[in-house]
Ligand binder design. Structure first.
Ligand SMILES: [Zn+2]
Length: 284
């Protein structure tokens, strides 16, 4: 029997990404035409076609402006989870600001969908060794799971030696929280992030497929992520450094057909469904 994996979408728009944070002031976000609604609906149509339910980690800023979209995500049977409010990197925030915006964002989403929000994902996976305190705040705010830890080395995120499979994590203050770390695989002796996003657009599809199949061969589910703007090659171009533009615009036109193929090659559900099927709490 094939393993069910978690399909996740970080619901934010093209002008909010960390790669452009130096070029676009948060106060100017409202000046950019919003494309996240159309792109998120396009993703949901693709998921319907493939009969897949997914988890949508929604940015509070987007939820405030697109309440109908968030309602629709829940009504179409997907899981609504939290991506913070302002997309600031956690290790650059104070604990006080992080707590306030996280509670605000969770409450906002729960008001819209009238159901509990269980999952959290940090902007740019910014729970690192410097911001493990955030896990305490998540547990205290009532989240049941986190999916923010990327067990790789990267200039903006990552805990290279963190546990690689879903597990019950003990926070610094001793709370328990389920953690679904972003998936990696061993390819040519390298630990390669194969969890989606920019990596999905950068690598040839066969490499992603081989890496993800390797995770399932170890009898583990993987977690895959992408953003609504990644299936939108026509989005307005932002002036930024060569490297930031490469990260953001590389192979945008390949994302949608690859995603169609991925949904044929693997089984998917929401992260909450997948975590529940693992009986982690009982075995902890
Ligand atoms: Zn994000």
């Amino acid at each position: 029997m094939s393993i069910k994996n978690a399909l996740t979408v970080d619901v934010e728009d093209y002008f909010q990404v960390s790669a452009f944070a130096k070029n676009i002031d948060q106060q100017d976000w409202d000046k950019h035409p919003l494309r996240v609604e159309k792109n998120t609906r396009r993703l949901m149509d693709m998921f319907d076609e493939a009969q897949v339910k997914a988890t949508f980690f929604v940015l509070g800023w987007v939820a405030d402006r697109s309440k109908d979209l968030i309602k629709e995500i829940a009504e179409r049977g997907h899981e609504v989870a939290c991506h913070g409010y302002s997309h600031q990197l956690i290790y650059n925030q104070t604990q006080k600001v992080f707590r306030e915006e996280t509670i605000r964002s969770k409450g906002l989403l729960e008001d819209i969908i009238q159901a509990p929000v269980r999952g959290y994902r940090a902007a740019s996976y910014s729970i690192t060794r410097d911001s493990l305190w955030a896990l305490d705040i998540l547990a205290e705010a009532g989240f049941e799971y986190d999916s923010s830890i990327f067990p790789v080395r990267h200039d903006r995120y990552g805990i290279p030696n963190a546990e690689e499979v879903p597990h019950v994590l003990k926070t610094p203050k001793g709370h328990s929280l389920l953690e679904f770390p972003l998936s990696t695989a061993k390819i040519f002796n390298y630990k390669l992030p194969v969890a989606g996003g920019g990596y999905f657009r950068l690598y040839p599809y066969v490499l992603t497929k081989a890496g993800l199949a390797q995770v399932n061969r170890r009898k583990q589910p993987f977690i895959f992520y992408l953003h609504p703007w990644e299936i939108d090659p026509k989005q307005p171009r932002i002036e930024a450094s060569w490297f930031s533009r490469f990260r953001h615009y590389n192979n945008l036109e390949k994302c949608e057909p690859r995603l169609q193929q991925l949904m044929k090659d693997f089984q998917f559900g929401t992260s909450w469904q997948v975590l529940n099927s693992l009986n982690l709490v009982e075995s902890a």
